[in-house]
Ligand binder design. Sequence first.
Ligand code: ADP
Length: 158
Amino acid sequence: MVRAVFPGSFDPPTFGHLNIIERAHPLFKKLLVVVAENRDKNYLFSVEERLAFMKELVAPWPNVEVYSCDKLVVDFARQHDCKVLLRGVRSVQDFSYEFELSILNKGVGPEIETFFLPTDQRYFVLRSSAIKELASFGGDVSAMVPQIVADAMVRFRR
Ligand code: ADP
């Protein structure tokens, strides 16, 4: 049993992300969910908010831990003794992006393997960017994100 990292922006966390965590965590000794903090990205929620959401949402699973990271995810994985980078894929478009990313990551961390987990069919249209837009127009996102996230999104309504 190895330790794995599941990195992402999680801005905000969706049922798609949680489904990946729910299905993957029994396969690993520990699953470290890593909330990315990239200075070049404009996030809707601060890293502290995204961390707090994730910590609350993964609380039922004892082998899942949540961290934030502002460096290369491969370096994070190495420092935390993780041999697997887990990524979810929704579509062929996702796959082509994720495939290139996995090659880049393999270049900087040859000892770390990327594992892809296909989305559950219920969640293949869930995309944080679209959910943010929908919520900003007052659309109902409660079937897409957990209630704590849906409640927090109300403040971004136009
Ligand atoms: P990033 O900015 O790193 O792409 P995201 O928060 O958008 O971060 O996604 C983190 C990971 O979760 C990625 O591997 C992404 O493909 C996956 N993911 C996002 N939404 C879904 C979904 N609905 N079903 C399965 N995987 C998903």
